[in-house]
Design a protein around this ligand. Structure first.
Ligand code: ZN
Length: 329
């Protein structure tokens, strides 16, 4: 059953092919090159030239690899992501799976499809590419284990989105489908936590479908900047997704730096991942906004280095994402 995945266990699947984890270099674990959502009106990321310029700025700011965290049904544009990766030299890992309910129209197939159909679509996206639109039918291409760079770009991460203290029926089906696709491939899993809530519950639900906690990145856990909670989650083995810098309306970056540093000191240093999740055209310099994807490398990382030290920063930017992104069950 897992023939399409064997042979690459232990490697990372990028949009330009499979690579060894230590070839990734510095990793930004969470951004969006393209995204369209009813939740972000007027903030679409849909201009290939502009997204490419923003990606080039991210690379200049010190990142070699990016995880594009846009799942299915949100304007992800796999071919354009690959063109940007080839043009900029930025290694990109693409995401498949489903976001939380509010990102889709009520009758969207990602909310109504069966677990089996979702699992087939996610698996196809990981192994053959081309699950966009979620049409789980006979016309979909068969997975091609020999697919080279000419074939459709393939996803390297599975994602599911939860609501604010809510795991509803659609999320339960997506979790089951993510579990099935993970068991078959070993692809890593990202879970969107709304305001950092329901992290333990997300790990419980994923563990129940065969996804070990140490294969899971808890995205936005820093929107609940509670170091005690983060230490607990790290002790379960989960990766802590810090991706909320430059959100002064909520709290200054110093809160995140203090929280991260304490969580790292109390056992979480091997678990933290860092991303920007800027995600909106009005915050991308190439779309005319600020502060842009380069804020993280230019402004946040130097402060983190001062507070936590070079060794912790090296783990967060290189070793931890390499461990998370490598395919293994
Ligand atoms: Zn995001």
């Amino acid at each position: 059953m897992s023939g399409a995945a064997t042979g690459m266990r232990g490697q990372v699947r990028t949009v330009t092919g499979d690579v060894e984890p230590d070839a990734l270099g510095t990793v930004n674990y969470h951004e969006h090159l393209f995204q369209r959502s009813p939740l972000l009106p007027g903030d679409d990321l849909d201009d290939e030239d502009a997204s490419g310029r923003e990606a080039a700025e991210l690379r200049e700011s010190g990142f070699a690899t990016l995880v594009d965290a846009t799942p299915l049904g949100l304007g992800r544009r796999p071919d354009a992501i690959r063109r940007i990766s080839l043009a900029t030299g930025l290694t990109v890992v693409m995401t498949t799976g489903a976001h939380r309910r509010e990102h889709y129209a009520a009758d969207h197939p990602l909310l109504t499809a069966s677990e089996d159909d979702l699992a087939a679509a996610f698996l196809r996206d990981l192994t053959a590419g081309a699950a966009e639109g979620l049409a789980p039918d006979a016309s979909a291409p068969e997975p091609d284990p020999e697919a080279g760079p000419e074939a459709a770009p393939r996803a390297g991460v599975l994602k599911v989105g939860l609501g604010y203290w809510r795991i509803d029926d659609a999320a339960r089906r997506a979790i089951s489908a993510v579990g099935a696709a993970h068991r078959d491939t070993g692809a890593p899993v990202m879970v969107h936590l709304e305001h950092g809530t329901a992290a333990h519950e997300a790990l419980d639900a994923l563990t129940a479908v065969g996804v070990a906690a140490d294969r899971v990145a808890l995205a936005h856990i820093d929107r609940n900047p509670d170091p005690g909670l983060h230490v607990e989650l790290a002790a379960r083995g989960a990766f802590l997704g810090y991706d909320g810098a430059a959100r002064a309306r909520d709290w200054p970056d110093s809160v995140l730096i203090d929280c991260l540093t304490e969580a790292a000191r109390r056992g979480g240093a091997d678990r933290v991942l860092l991303g920007g999740d800027v995600a909106r055209a009005t915050r991308y310099r190439a779309y005319g906004g600020i502060p842009g994807l380069r804020y993280l490398g230019d402004r946040f990382v130097p402060r983190l280095r001062d507070a936590a030290g070079d060794d912790v920063v090296d783990r967060i930017l290189r070793r931890n994402p390499a461990a998370w992104l490598a395919w293994r069950v």
